[in-house]
Design a protein around this ligand. Sequence first.
Ligand code: ATP
Ligand code: LTN
Length: 337
Amino acid sequence: MEESAAKKKLFSAVQPSGSVTIGNYIGAIRNFAKLQDEYECIYAVADLHAITVRQEAAQLRRNTLELMALFIACGINPEKCVLFVQSHVPAHCELTWVLNTIAYPGELSRMTQFKDKSAKHAENVNMGLMDYPVLMASDILLYQAALVPVGADQKQHLELTRDLAIRFNNRYGATFTVPDGYIPKDSGARVMSLADPSKKMSKSDENPNGFVTMSDDKDTVIRKFKRAVTDSDSVIRYAPEEKPGVSNLLTIYHAFTGKSIAEAEKEFEGKGYGDFKLAVGEAVADALAPIQAERAKLLADKAYLNGIMQRGAESAARMARRTLSKVYRKVGFYSGE
Ligand code: ATP
Ligand code: LTN
């Protein structure tokens, strides 16, 4: 207990908004397990965030359970970490309300993700979509997290979280830890679409050939890599500007095999794109197989997963309540004392 009291806190979350891609895995989820010994880790399934885009209710429920199983299958140990579903802890919404009063519409409407998602879902531009980063700030600040492992696309939201924490602390006195991001230093922070290497790989892409999901079977994985867009010369070299498609495949190969980019370039020297793509596909499929098997095993035991979620929500609620009480006191809410 002594030791865990001294550990810094870490928070991250993933939305149950579709099938998790290898981009989510490389950019964020694979780091979740790596950091669990060094930090006191809290991981959430961000279902409140997911409904900022239209979701089918039954599918959202299914995705939530599957994502919880995937977290554990990817090596997150529920005995070491707090794993929970965001909507099970009301403090997330409660803190969001308070932080809304110090967030400006100007800074929220300037967020790249808000602009992108508004353009993509023009029929459903809602206040939740605009308030998304304030809810994300609440997630992080409630747990006094010092570190937040995410992909590069979340950098702007993390900056806003820091700004809100500093703004609140300045106005009301020291309350929140100002968090840092933990973003992979290499190109794994931004895995690109296989169909268009100028776009980030996204689980909500309408072209399923652009992404590989964590549950794709071997044939599907290999087929998608075979079709991956590369270029017209045939040299396997890492050069993201000049050769974005090939470089992205090298990044993925590196992430799943642990071989360095230089080693991979050497391995494929003189080989054609066909062989290269097949090797990448096989490496990914082989790495996914044990994760898929473990996930299937976990999904067969819903009672076990429900138990983890329930315990997780109880621990998370306890921690969150401490921060929320402090916030309520600072802003002047009457508590009977
Ligand atoms: P969508 O693709 O539907 O916009 P998303 O995958 O970006 O959603 P989340 O599921 O919440 O959104 O992302 C979970 C984590 O995966 C975040 O930390 C995010 O930064 C990271 N991530 C998402 N896409 C990529 C990518 N292409 N490369 C690296 N990391 C990524
Ligand atoms: N917005 C994140 C998911 C997310 C998150 C968080 C990440 C919700 N709350 C708190 C880190 C910390 C995304 O990746 N789209």
